[in-house]
Design a binder for this molecule. Structure first.
Ligand code: ADE
Ligand code: ZN
Length: 336
């Protein structure tokens, strides 16, 4: 498309990218052999990187994907593994015009395997510094809590003194909530969000991905979140949608993710036009790019093909994403 160079050149911010979701099948196999980690022998999908890549084209739901996502993480052991993973992401996303990234990671998925938060954060921080220096890409880091585990597990993970020290130093900017959404209502994690609020941290939660639009209002009211991750089902409830528009809360939409995980049938079903018309703020994000077949620019391109947005609309989307970012005013002004 003649529009491609324009999309490429737009200053892109993403707010919904799980670093563990940037683990490509190639890197997964490299790290498995480097660390002598054995992959499941009873699943033919782990026969080779290309077999795994093919399996990723046939996810049936969020939980079907999450099963592969958590197995994949088992190869991440050392600080350098986390650095290599994040650096691979930064290079690929920067080639598509990424300017600023707000990254999620899942501390409980690592501490549960005996890999401590400091190993993870130090590895990511090394890659983040390099991305800033060599690629001009700024970034922020947010731990997410896993809603397939009991809320008490999340609360003790949140209170981990090592994690708390990273909040205090500003290495970690906020808290998020992710993993299986169905039947895991946001309000069960209220204690974490209350404590996070008292610490002055940013707050966000996955809501309205597979779950109902009511989980979006519940996250806003019970958890007092500053942002909603996904919110693709919000368009089904015009009352809640109007309230989100009125509040100016930003959704971090993930169009390719929604198609691959079958939250929608195709990109056209992502309510991009509905949200633009209703004045709902959103950014466009890659979620788990190595699993969903594309980085941020691929998401921009597919949305453009489906909705034929004007340059004014793209400029509006990018400005909304910059203003909705958690970086300081000075960085926002550079990006605008
Ligand atoms: N963890 C990683 N990607 C996720 C997604 N799309 N939804 C919920 N949890 C996730
Ligand atoms: Zn996500």
């Amino acid at each position: 498309s003649p529009f491609h160079p324009l999309l490429q050149a737009l200053p892109k911010c993403e707010h919904h990218m799980h670093i563990e979701g940037a683990l490509s099948p190639d890197l997964l196999f490299d790290l498995a052999s480097r660390n002598d980690v054995s992959l499941p022998g009873n699943d033919e999908s782990f026969a080779s990187p290309s077999a795994l890549h093919n399996r990723y084209k046939r996810f049936t739901s969020l939980d079907d994907f999450l099963q592969y996502y958590y197995i994949g993480m088992s190869v991440l052991i050392n600080e350098s593994d986390f650095e290599d993973l994040a650096w691979d992401y930064f290079q690929k996303a920067a080639s598509g015009g990424l300017a600023h990234a707000e990254l999620f990671f899942d501390p409980q998925a690592h501490s549960g395997r005996g890999v401590g938060v400091s190993t993870v954060v130090r590895g990511f921080d090394a890659a983040r510094r390099r991305a800033e220096e060599e690629l001009g890409v700024s970034s922020l880091l947010t731990p997410c809590f896993l809603r397939h585990l009991p809320a008490e597990d999340s609360l003790s993970a949140f209170r981990d003194p090592v994690l708390q020290q990273y909040f205090a130093s500003g290495s970690l900017i906020g808290v998020g909530l992710d993993s299986s959404e169905a039947d895991n209502p946001p309000k069960l994690w209220r204690a974490i969000f209350e404590e996070a609020g008292k610490l002055g941290l940013k707050k966000t939660a996955h809501a309205g991905e597979e779950g109902p639009p009511e989980y979006v209002s519940e996250a806003l009211e019970e958890l007092q979140v500053d942002r909603i991750d996904h919110g693709v089902t919000l368009a089904r409830n015009p009352t809640i949608m109007k309230e989100v528009a009125r509040k100016g809360v930003m959704l971090s939409l993930c169009p390719k993710s929604n198609v691959v995980l079958r939250c929608v049938q195709n990109i056209q079903q992502v309510p991009i036009r509905t949200y633009l018309d209703a004045g709902v703020n959103f950014s466009i994000n890659s979620d788990d790019p190595a699993y969903f077949g594309g980085y941020i620019l691929d998401n921009f391109c597919e949305v453009h093909e489906a909705f034929d947005l004007s340059l004014e609309e793209w400029t509006h989307i990018c400005k909304t994403a910059i203003e909705g970012s958690w970086c300081g005013r000075a960085r926002k002004d550079e990006l605008l």
